[in-house]
Design a protein around this ligand. Structure first.
Ligand code: AMP
Length: 488
């Protein structure tokens, strides 16, 4: 196994790595750092959790330690699809560059232009940005990209999902032709392949196995659940969620709970809170300071349950999440892999549980095809509850207000297992399928800050063409997922 000290990194960077407690480079670091330091373009096929952020920040800091920043002309640029990821990359720079004098600016939505303008005016070594915000700054004439020597595109496949590819192409064209490009994507969709063919020059390709698809360290399970009545399904599903959490007891130290729709993120968080669970929501409609506060709380352990949408949680690095609960089956099979990859990081044990209602069975089948295994069926925890336990939960119906109160027979709890008592369905969940809820998981937060919106069906936009350029490295599930998309 290689050692960091063999990778030609700046001694001050090595010191910071040691202080971070890393013993040896991860495979993506071992593969990407040497060519990056030689000035070569790198195409890294890896997802978060593999140590990918350090695989580009460490060589960048080493290279940038030489030279100085010039006013309005950043020397390097890192593009990330979401604000949270950009903030996370910025934190990585802080950690690894703590013994090196480097300046950086973070250009993300929800943060005032003025402060960032001042930093850029002075000159920064590293600019970390979401594509839309970067172009806004550029168009205001405050920024020149002609000094960019190294450009990083992180999570390119997510950029594609979010409709950022035209922005990325534009940004590429604004940077010098001679720049070095470090490009990362979890998958190589044809559109991503096209971009890399166009903008990367003889890249060194480093591919690491996808984490979690077969992750033996993640215990997976799914509860097949059908509501007793359509209008009760949502509230009964929340009850199943609570029963799953309770069933895990102390093993569940903290968890991310994923919902497909932002409205459900809010409802589930609110409902959990009402039942005494320490939960808070995170999605793209919440203001930045609230998102940051919530995330910080979750990271430092003061918040136990983070209820999240895919976009908000994508790539979040919280090293020790014991559980992931999929309140909904994700509409895109790849999102299942990303979601459960939040737990079981760095080889730790993790548990991922999902609730599947009948209309999501097709999506579940897609996931099982993608991960090439059957997700074990779990007993519905509601069905195994004793009558007493069920009775103890009756405040549920009373507390979960917001719908017109319904009269229920409190006497007939016998069949509580089949007929959960939580009756008051919340109309907001049932009768307000706002635009974002139509169809597959397309939370509004996935809307690009600018530029055209593309759904991931574009990923299969290669028409009938075979997936090219994968050499011997095409993992079979990728091909499967393309086929599925076409069929949709
Ligand atoms: P990333 O894939 O960049 O999201 O990194 C995932 C996690 O791995 C982060 O918490 C990093 O701090 C951590 N990490 C990165 N490189 C190493 C390493 N060489 N050894 C141990 N942990 C690492």
């Amino acid at each position: 196994m290689a050692k960091f000290s063999e990778l030609n990194l700046n001694p001050k960077v090595l010191k910071a790595i040691e202080e971070a407690g890393y013993e040896s480079p991860t495979p993506i670091q071992e593969g990407a750092i040497p060519p990056a330091l030689e000035g070569k373009d790198v195409l890294g096929i890896a997802q978060t959790g593999t140590g990918k952020t350090a695989s580009f920040t460490l060589p960048m800091i080493t290279m940038l330690a030489r030279g100085r920043a010039r006013a309005r002309m950043p020397r390097s640029l890192v593009l990330c699809p979401t604000r949270e990821l950009a903030a996370q990359v910025a934190e990585n720079f802080d950690t690894y560059a703590k013994h090196v004098k480097l300046t950086k600016a973070l250009l993300i939505g929800g943060v005032s232009f003025n402060e960032q303008d001042k930093l850029i005016d002075k000159g920064v070594d590293v600019l970390i940005a979401t594509p839309g915000r970067l172009l806004d700054h550029f168009e205001r004439g405050k920024l020149l990209l002609t000094g960019v020597q190294v450009m990083v595109v992180d999570e390119a496949d997510r950029m594609l999902d979010m409709g950022f590819i035209p922005d990325i192409e534009r940004i590429f064209s604004l940077t010098p032709f001679t720049r070095q490009t470090l490009f990362f994507s979890a998958t190589m969709a044809p559109e991503i392949e096209r971009i890399t063919n166009t903008f990367l020059s003889a890249p060194v390709r480093v591919e690491v196995a996808r984490q979690a698809t077969t992750g033996e360290n993640i215990k997976q399970g799914v509860v097949m659940f059908k509501g007793s009545r359509k209008d009760r399904e949502a509230s009964e599903k929340r009850k199943v969620l609570r029963a799953l959490i309770d069933g895990e007891g102390e093993k569940c130290t903290n968890a991310i709970i994923f919902c497909n729709r932002k409205t459900d993120v809010d409802i589930v968080a609110k409902s959990l809170k009402k039942y005494g669970y320490d939960a808070a929501p995170i999605h793209g409609d919440l203001d930045q300071s609230q998102r940051t506060r919530t995330l910080d709380g979750f990271r430092d352990g003061t918040l136990r349950f983070l209820v999240a949408s895919d976009v908000a949680a994508r790539g979040l690095d919280v090293p020790s999440v014991s559980h992931v609960f999929n309140f909904d089956v994700p509409g895109h099979a790849e999102d299942y892999v990303h979601r459960i990859g939040r737990t079981g990081r760095a080889g730790r044990a993790g548990t991922a549980m999902m609730i599947c209602v009948p209309r999501d069975e097709k999506n579940l089948a897609d996931i099982e095809r993608l991960v090439q295994k059957e997700i074990p069926r779990l007993d519905n925890p509601m069905k195994t509850e004793s009558e007493d336990q069920t009775a103890a939960e009756t405040p549920d119906a009373k507390d979960e207000k917001s719908g017109p109160s319904r009269s229920r027979s409190r006497g007939s709890r016998k069949k509580a297992a089949e007929k959960p008592v939580e009756a008051a369905a919340e109309p907001v969940a049932e009768t307000d399928p706002s635009s974002e809820s139509a169809g597959i998981a397309a939370p509004k937060s996935a809307l690009p800050e600018r530029g055209s919106r593309r759904r991931s069906s574009d990923r299969a936009s290669g028409g009938g063409a075979a997936v090219v350029g994968m050499g011997d490295h095409l993992p079979s599930f990728i091909a499967l997922s393309f086929e599925e998309r076409r069929a949709d």
